[in-house]
Design a protein around this ligand. Structure first.
Ligand code: BES
Ligand code: MN
Ligand code: MN
Length: 462
């Protein structure tokens, strides 16, 4: 497809400018202060799909933020690709750690991105990657290269648990009917080591509250005689892992499927430099569950992590106090076959069960979702693999990721279709962190690779 590379070359400045405009809108779904911005972003996405040449574009109201649905049906006898992405982004804080403001995109060169990268919240996760699909569609429609039918479903609540999408999908099964779901919301190993994500972890996210005395107390008058909720909370948290870093919640591992020796050996073949890994995040050594490699720990093994902890006096100087309450946010990454609702119950029972009588504890589930694994001997995988082979000149490596896109398991359950995860981000792109960015090279490579997937998938499906 020579015309494709020429098209991208001719239009790349506009492609970048349009993404910059999209990134300027702070669509933070977690914070209601950005409510109007999230809605404006939905409008932006809607207009972009109209401009790209979709015949039907709808802003579908939900109990939460709208879902943008669009389609271009060229022939009901041809296969249909359903593209999913999200237009919401993570909160930008801690804002003071950004080198440039999170919603004022700038292009800067980095060691890994010598062609430049766009720095902005959502650049990689997921506005940049979602927008690649709209630009690939623009190319296919405007040049008469769309080989099959296409549907888009872009949501605005992914970063807060996709509640409205879970409501929308079962109610719109016919509308969303497809032969494969295509998502770019993951990463790859490196720009010269393409990979396709074949697994995602599930998630159970809870908040815990430990209450001691009915008010904050003088730590001299009462200290030593009453339970300090912060001491108790940290003690309980410390007990959730044993000396081998196994999680101690009874039943936690019951449904975990162990990989075979062969599968683990295959996994170990993926290029990985532990010294670079340590250097990239400035740590003296890696840390984790005994008996597993770093790449296994962060993909095929479940975890339990405290994501936030607070309570007591956090102002300037010292205050001698025993706080009445202590809190933590805890997330568990799960592997396929662990049911997130079961795990949430196990955690709740265990946490509430081991707390001493001197405090009361409350565990509130936030959200969760199932993990996902996909086989590689399928038409969609082959179509994707061959697409990368064409544009990267290398066969991509299948790789299970540690991240979660809970909606993928729901798609399979409700729509009975497989998802193919063609991610073009890098771990170093700092998604969810200050200075998130997305390589210009990656952005354009994504736009170039996607049309090949459509073509291969259509041909292989015949
Ligand atoms: N795009 C990410 C997930 C991801 C990133 C998967 C990189 C694999 C590689 C997604 O937006 C995300 O952040 N998901 C959340 C879960 C969600 C329920 C809030 C996550 O993984 O923490
Ligand atoms: Mn994402
Ligand atoms: Mn995310």
């Amino acid at each position: 497809m020579k015309a494709l590379t020429t098209y991208i070359e001719n239009h790349k400045n506009r492609f970048i400018d349009e993404l910059v405009e999209l990134l300027k809108i702070p669509s933070v779904s977690a914070d209601s202060a950005y409510n109007q911005d999230v809605l404006n972003t939905a409008e932006f996405v809607k207009k972009s799909l109209e401009k790209a040449g979709c015949e039907l574009v709808e802003l579908c109201e939900t109990p939460g933020y709208p879902i943008i649905y669009a389609e271009k049906i060229i022939d009901p006898n041809l296969p249909t690709v359903l593209v999913y992405g999200h237009y919401d982004v993570q909160p930008a804080d801690p804002i003071e750690l950004w080198t440039s403001p999170p919603f004022e995109p700038v292009i800067k060169k980095t060691e890994i991105h010598p062609e430049g990268a766009i720095f902005a919240r959502g650049a990689c996760d997921d506005k940049g990657q979602m927008y690649m699909h709209i630009k690939a569609l623009e190319y296919m429609i405007s040049t008469g290269n769309l080989p099959c039918n296409v549907k888009f479903m872009i949501e605005g609540e992914e970063e807060v648990g996709s509640e409205s999408l879970s409501w929308f999908v079962p109610r719109n099964k016919e509308k969303l009917a497809n032969d494969v779901i295509l998502i770019s919301d993951t990463g790859m190993i490196a720009n010269d080591i393409p990979s396709i994500t074949t697994g995602l972890r599930g998630l159970s996210y809870v908040e815990v509250e430990v209450t001691g005395p009915n008010r904050d107390l003088h730590s001299g008058l009462y200290g030593g005689a009453v339970a300090n909720p912060i001491n108790i909370l940290t003690k309980i948290i410390a007990s959730l892992h044993d000396e081998n870093n196994h999680i101690t919640v009874p039943g936690f591992y019951d449904n975990v499927v162990d990989l075979s020796k062969e599968e683990r050996a295959e996994m170990a073949k993926a290029p990985f430099d532990i010294e670079n890994y340590k250097k990239s995040i400035d740590i003296g050594d890696v840390y984790g569950e005994k008996g597993y490699s770093t790449n296994e720990r962060n993909s095929i093994r479940p975890t339990l992590d405290v994501n936030g902890i607070w309570g007591g006096y956090m102002g300037e100087g010292a205050k001698t106090v025993i706080a009445s309450k202590a809190y933590a946010k805890i997330s568990m990454r799960l592997v396929p076959n662990q049911d997130w609702r079961d795990i949430t119950k196990l955690f709740k029972n265990h946490f509430e069960g081991i707390a001493p009588k001197s405090v009361s504890v409350k565990v509130t589930p936030h959200h969760g979702g199932q993990g996902y694994v996909t086989p590689i001997d399928t038409i969609p995988y082959k179509a994707a693999s061959n697409a990368y082979k064409t544009t990267f000149g290398k066969t991509p490596i299948p790789q299970r990721s540690g991240g979660s896109i809970p909606i993928v398991a729901l798609f399979e359950q409700e729509l009975k279709s497989k998802t193919i995860l063609m991610g073009f981000g890098l771990d170093s792109d700092a998604i969810h962190s200050p200075d998130e960015h997305f390589g210009i090279w990656n952005y354009l490579k994504g736009i170039e690779t996607i049309p090949h997937f459509y073509k291969n998938f259509t041909e292989l499906s015949k």
